[in-house]
Design a protein around this ligand. Structure first.
Ligand code: FES
Length: 579
């Protein structure tokens, strides 16, 4: 490996002392204090974003991955240097992990820019980490490659296979419905997460891993290997080596994250029955590059993209089963006629070339053939109507078919506290065919758009065996959850969106066939209700990150990015309309 050019390695991004020679002299002196030789310091540098944290068990294998990445970097002639960034563990972040995603993206972008590195390996995994890293790295101007920690293995409870977090919710619902007792819910609590790694179903973490591979920003085959397998370690080693190769090829993110790549990613999101959160995150990543996700065109794409992957919560298998079935390659092979095969990947080869070079297919029952899908249309439908002029979504592949055309009375909860206070009240006026409405859990309302859209079935109905009801909110839902649940209602109620105007007793009509969601109240009545509401404003006493968040967060249809982080101009919409 020859000497790095002026702008490579330690010479990159010198600290400003007014004397470049002195800046480099000082930098070399300090890093030599850590024991590096001149030979090591002459190599191209691969930064490794270490997101290991005691508060993030989903990233519990980060130390082993870093060791393997370093091995790969050094085998390829580079110098690996790890650095920390924020880590976000889904169930350890208050008020919600989404509140911190943009902060992590800023941290990632700025630390890539600030420190000398010629390429960067991003170790993501838990739900918000991969989107945060891709949002940041997309515009940092340095070749970037995504690695994920990988899914956890499944556990066993009384002979039944279990895994986080679809089964967490299933068992908790059974406990609420008094089908299992306190002893059993304690027992299963120790089995749902049997290893480190990300949730074992097609939740948001698995969805984002598949999306990253489909975008071409991860090694082919990199999405599915479980966290505690040799395959995962080998992928990490190859990721390190690939990062070095990307330097020579100047494979910066904007060459990979193209409109074609985003269309491929949307196809994969739909065909995997992926998390609804995937739309928000893809919108935010694309938005950094001036690419707008068009919800209407995405709905058109959804109608022609079947769900092929039989994983919970839409199906029955787990991520380790997808890995044994050949991983995302098996899905991409089936989707081949619908994909842009010329899209470039981190290997420097196209998606089509990678599929041609992939191991041969074999018989398996996790990924269905294109002509024999698990669900005929894409998992996610986009709804509009007087309740959601800016759009709302429903994960139809995980919904109850009998509730997808439904008109009924609204039972309204004003916010998450109101819900917690009244949902299990035996006096709550609610029937099985009512529509549950939860306000003020949007990007600003909660704040942070928590995954509270999975409104629990009122206890008095759960104990009668009611498993699903139509539920509507401006919040999000965990990718591991299922039900007839309308999410991301835009604009949100906290800013005066129509959802804020709904009252208990109003009638609401949901038609997934017509892609509509309406409150059956006259325009005049809605105008009067709106006029009676105080205008939305950020309170004067807010400060710090919370003030930045409340002042800058965009709505779900814009990816909930901060307005000053998205590209100043959107130059292309995807999916692009078909001729
Ligand atoms: Fe981290 Fe599910 S909680 S991936």
């Amino acid at each position: 490996m020859g000497k790095p050019s002026e702008k490579q390695g330690l010479r990159k991004g010198l600290t400003s002392y007014g004397d470049e020679g002195f800046s480099l002299f000082l930098r070399r002196a300090f890093i030599k204090g850590a024991g590096y030789t001149d030979d090591a310091l002459s190599r191209p540098i691969v930064g490794i974003a270490n997101t290991g944290s005691g508060y993030n068990p989903c990233h519990g294998n980060a130390p082993q991955l870093i060791e393997a990445i370093k091995r790969g970097v050094m085998l390829a002639g580079g110098l690996p240097v790890e650095f920390p960034t924020i880590s976000i563990g889904e169930s350890f972040a208050h008020p919600t992990s989404m509140y911190l995603r943009n902060l992590m993206s800023m941290d990632t972008e700025e630390m890539i820019r600030a420190q000398p590195m010629d390429a960067v390996v991003l170790i993501g995994g838990c739900d918000k980490t991969v989107p945060a890293q891709l949002m940041g790295a997309a515009v940092a101007g340095v070749p970037a490659i995504q690695l994920v920690t990988g899914a956890m293995l499944t556990g066993s409870h009384r002979g039944q296979r279990v895994g986080a977090c679809t089964d967490c919710r299933r068992f908790w619902a059974s406990f609420r419905g008094q089908e299992i007792d306190a002893h059993e819910i304690d027992e299963v609590n120790s089995q749902l997460v049997p290893t480190v790694g990300t949730c074992s179903v097609m939740g948001t973490a698995s969805t984002m891993a598949c999306i990253a591979e489909a975008l071409g920003i991860m090694l082919p085959g990199g999405a599915s290997a479980p966290a505690v397998t040799a395959d995962r370690i080998r992928i990490a080693e190859r990721t390190g080596a690939t990062a070095v190769a990307m330097i020579g090829q100047k494979l910066t993110p904007e060459r990979i994250l193209t409109p074609d790549a985003f269309e491929n990613a949307l196809r994969v999101l739909l065909a995997t029955g992926g998390s609804t959160n995937g739309i928000i995150h893809l919108t935010a990543i694309a938005g950094r590059l001036g690419i707008e996700i068009d919800l209407n065109e995405m709905d058109r794409m959804a109608r022609e993209t079947p769900v092929l992957v039989d994983l919970k919560p839409s199906g029955k298998h787990y991520m380790e089963d997808l890995h044994k079935a050949g991983g995302l390659t098996t899905v991409l092979r089936e989707l081949r006629p619908l994909l842009h095969l010329d899209a470039l990947t981190v290997t420097g080869r196209t998606l089509g070339e990678e599929l041609d070079a992939a191991p041969a297919s074999f018989a398996q029952d996790v990924v269905r053939p294109l002509h024999q899908p698990i669900f005929p249309q894409g998992g996610i439908a986009v709804l509009r109507g007087n309740l959601a002029p800016g759009g709302a979504i429903i994960k139809q592949s995980a919904a109850n078919p009998e509730l997808m055309e439904h008109e009924a009375r609204a039972v309204v909860f004003e916010n998450a506290e109101d819900l917690a206070r009244r949902i299990d009240d035996p006096e709550l006026d609610v029937q099985a065919d009512d529509v549950l409405v939860l306000k003020n859990i949007g990007p600003i309302g909660a704040p942070g758009m928590p995954e509270a859209g999975y409104i629990p079935i009122p206890k008095k109905l759960a104990t009668l065996g009611v498993k699903d009801m139509v539920r509507i909110s401006d919040g999000r839902m965990s990718g591991t959850a299922a039900g007839t649940i309308v999410l991301h209602v835009t604009p949100e109620s906290a800013t005066g969106g129509p959802l804020a105007l709904v009252r208990s007793g109003d009638r609401i009509r949901l038609s997934v066939t017509n892609r509509s969601i309406d409150v059956l109240v006259s325009d005049e009545e809605l105008r009067q209700r709106a006029a009676a509401r105080p205008p939305h404003a950020v309170a004067a006493q807010e400060r710090g990150y919370r003030k930045l968040f409340l002042s800058s967060i965009t709505q779900a249809d814009k990816g909930c990015d901060f307005d000053f982080l998205a590209a100043t101009e959107m130059t292309v919409k995807v999916p692009r309309p078909r001729d």
